[in-house]
Ligand binder design. Structure first.
Ligand SMILES: NC(=O)c1ccc[n+]([C@@H]2O[C@H](COP(=O)([O-])OP(=O)(O)OC[C@H]3O[C@@H](n4cnc5c(N)ncnc54)[C@H](O)[C@@H]3O)[C@@H](O)[C@H]2O)c1
Length: 259
């Protein structure tokens, strides 16, 4: 069943990692996908894959930390692909930094991309959705948007804040036809997560494999999640049929967080 036939979906930070798989899954469901990224060239591989599968996708330059960049991206997508109905705020960064080593630059970098970037992108895209009284906004939080994690205080704070933003907007927009939900992945082996495991390994003087085993020991299922696991839930929330779901946060984490 192609639940998103002909709809236009934006995936921020979609050139690689979880975002690339979300783009592919939205395209499989019939959406025309705008992959937006600070490195749109890196989207070539996922765009070829989508096209080989018979889908439609295009890449757009977008720096989520820049309000003007979000505004021009939204206008460009509307003009080239058509009316935007799905927005997935996926762009995000993380880094292991103990709090006393964290400078203002690092704090602001993570907050600006993960939180302010989500706000800027919603602000740019929402007017188009409101014009047509229809939209699906899905924001990427994390298991650590629900539960603190040592040496990632800025990242956790940004992901908790994404949930606060999402819940507030879900209520503010409840009668407009636009829903706002969040997805909370657990451990997904992507370039971002590989870098975090490598940082933990270096800090503890252990191997990459030992640091990964330590991470996975927190997961009741004992294994990592795949980008496809996350993409399935995002695509479900993006469907017209999910219109009664708003303000929720959905864990895809092998049982790490249960409430
Ligand atoms: N990988 C995990 O284990 C995990 C767990 C929980 C949540 N998440 C969240 O899922 C999302 C995707 O993570 P991932 O692991 O695929 O990361 P990734 O590093 O593999 O991909 C992130 C993408 O965001 C893009 N990006 C970075 N800064 C940007 C900016 N200023 N503007 C636009 N794009 C920008 C990058 O170019 C990249 O394509 C993030 O929000 C992350 O916090 C990931």
């Amino acid at each position: 069943m192609n639940t998103l036939n002909g709809q236009v979906a934006i995936v921020t930070g979609g050139a690689m990692g979880i975002g690339a798989e979300i783009a592919a899954e939205l395209a499989r469901q019939g959406a025309k996908v705008a992959i937006t990224d600070i490195s749109p060239d890196k989207a070539k591989a996922i765009i070829s894959k989508i096209q080989e599968e018979g889908g439609t996708a295009a890449a757009y330059f977008h720096d989520v930390t820049n309000a003007e960049s979000s505004l021009s991206m939204a206008s460009e997508v509307e003009a080239s692909l058509g009316p935007i109905s799905v927005l997935v705020n996926n762009a995000g960064v993380s880094k292991r930094v103990p709090v006393l080593d964290m400078d203002e630059y690092e704090w602001d970098r993570v907050m600006d991309i993960n939180l302010k970037g989500t706000f800027f992108t919603i602000k740019a895209v929402l007017p188009f959705m409101l014009e047509r009284a229809y939209g699906r906004i899905i924001n990427m939080s994390s298991v650590v948007g629900k539960k603190g994690y040592p040496e990632f205080s800025h990242y956790c704070a940004s992901k908790f804040a994404v949930l606060g933003l999402s819940q507030s907007l879900a209520i503010e927009l409840a009668k407009t036809g636009v829903t706002v939900n969040s997805v909370c992945p657990g451990i997904v082996m992507t370039p971002l997560h590989d870098q975090i495991v490598a940082e933990m390994a270096e800090a503890q003087g252990i191997s990459f494999q030992a640091a990964l085993s330590n991470f996975l020991s927190n997961v009741p299922q004992g294994r990592a999640q795949t980008p496809a696991d996350i993409a399935r839930v995002v695509t479900f929330l993006a469907a017209k049929e999910s219109g009664s779901m708003t303000g929720g946060s959905y864990h895809v984490d092998g049982g790490m967080v249960m409430s």
